[in-house]
Design a protein. Structure first.
Length: 391
């Protein structure tokens, strides 16, 4: 099912222009989620048995909105779920192959999270290490590009442990970390502050949030939204790779070609890829920042984009057979452009050092660098291992 209740600020501020003319957001279909997830749950005395039962219910609820649990050879869009509990030491309650349906999860999770341990010690580092081992043990060729996420529930946080350094290592390797501070007594600022250092940016939550289930689902959908190798994901801030992402990827190409050849080159780079569009000033600025940091682009920065004159209207390139969106709302034309002539039916950005503006040119007589675009791999756009291996 589509997740309609949780939308990031980036989507609201940047994407919403009109119902037809928007830059693609990340997929929001929880029934097509394809991830590897390990839940890591603090079962020290401070959590309490009632607390564990509440967490079991929360975990089951997170995956109850149509998400396919386990491995299904008929549909690769599935999510595997492992489970770790920890106090002074960690226990691997479930490897990634244990739960093969949502019913399996319901039948086991409440038993696995029924009773706290006999100690007050709560060493998150042991839980993170166990989760890492489960993810490593679950590796296989068919799922090697599936993104990984660790979902952590903690009732206390020990600043003297190694949890932060282990978390940083996991995040550096691409694993997303989601934390839930389960503060049953209230007012434990050390717990929330400590877990904020563990989590991936924007993925630290608390149990007193009524939107907790939706927030965790949002984090999973974002984790399941990524680009193929060598492509850059469009996001809120180019300078911050952890800022909220969008649902498209771009690839600047630092070798010149005429517009028509550039279009074919883009189409051949990944499934349904095309010359990039610039629906908004924000998208234009992001692409400009990207090309400034790509080898082969030099001042003054000039590069082909997907502008094309079609049936008398300026439109944006799309794969063959797709509707081409007509340019609207924001226009980046240089002064005096577009020039009305049948020999200038394509568009490019021509730079002045600090920016670049649209000019219309011939499709086969000016060689420039260019920028390609494609959709992210996400719940609305499954990318197979074979497709990603070809990059």
């Amino acid at each position: 099912m589509k997740l309609n209740t949780v939308i990031t600020v980036f989507l609201v501020e940047v994407y919403v222009i009109s119902s037809e003319y928007i830059t693609r957001p990340c997929g929001q279909d929880l029934s097509n989620l394809w991830l590897d997830v390990v839940a890591v749950v603090d079962n020290s005395q401070g959590m309490t048995n009632d607390g564990l039962t509440a967490i079991a219910a929360n975990i089951a609820s997170v995956f109850s909105d149509g998400t396919k649990i386990g491995t299904n050879s008929n549909d690769p869009r599935t999510t595997r779920l492992g489970l770790v509990t920890y106090s002074s030491n960690a226990t691997k309650n479930a490897y990634l192959d244990k739960f093969q349906s949502i019913d399996d999860l319901y039948d086991n999770i409440f038993t696995d999270l029924a009773t706290v341990s006999q100690t007050d010690d709560s060493n998150l580092e042991t839980g993170l290490e166990a989760a890492e081992e489960i993810l490593e043990a679950g590796k296989n060729e068919k799922r090697k590009f599936y993104k990984k996420l660790i979902l952590i529930y903690a009732s206390t946080f020990n600043r003297n442990g190694e949890a932060i350094s282990i978390a940083n290592r996991l995040k550096s390797a691409g694993t997303k970390l989601v934390t839930v501070a389960y503060d049953q007594g209230g007012g434990d600022e050390q717990l929330a502050d400590g877990l904020a250092q563990i989590s991936s940016p924007r993925f630290n939550f608390t149990n007193n949030n009524q939107a907790l289930i939706g927030n965790i689902q949002m984090a999973m959908l974002e984790a399941n939204c990524f680009c193929a190798p060598t492509w850059t994901q469009y996001r809120q801030y180019y300078s911050d790779s952890t800022s909220p992402p969008g649902g498209v990827c771009i690839q600047p190409v630092g070798l010149t070609a005429v517009w028509r050849a550039a279009r074919i080159s883009c189409a051949n780079r990944f499934k349904n890829s095309y010359l990039a569009d610039e629906f908004t000033q924000h998208k234009h600025d992001f692409i400009f920042d990207s090309i400034k940091n790509t080898r082969g682009f030099q001042v003054p920065y000039s590069y082909h984009i997907g502008l094309t004159l079609s049936n008398g209207s300026w439109s944006w390139d799309r794969p063959n057979g797709w509707e081409q969106p007509v340019v609207q709302h924001w226009f980046g034309w240089d002064s005096g452009f577009p020039i009305s002539t049948s020999s200038r039916t394509s568009g490019a950005n021509f730079g002045n050092g600090s920016d670049a503006e649209w000019q219309n040119i011939g499709a086969m007589n000016i060689g420039l660098n260019y920028v390609c675009e494609t959709a992210t791999c996400d719940t609305d756009n499954y990318c197979s291992t074979d497709q990603l291996d070809e990059i």
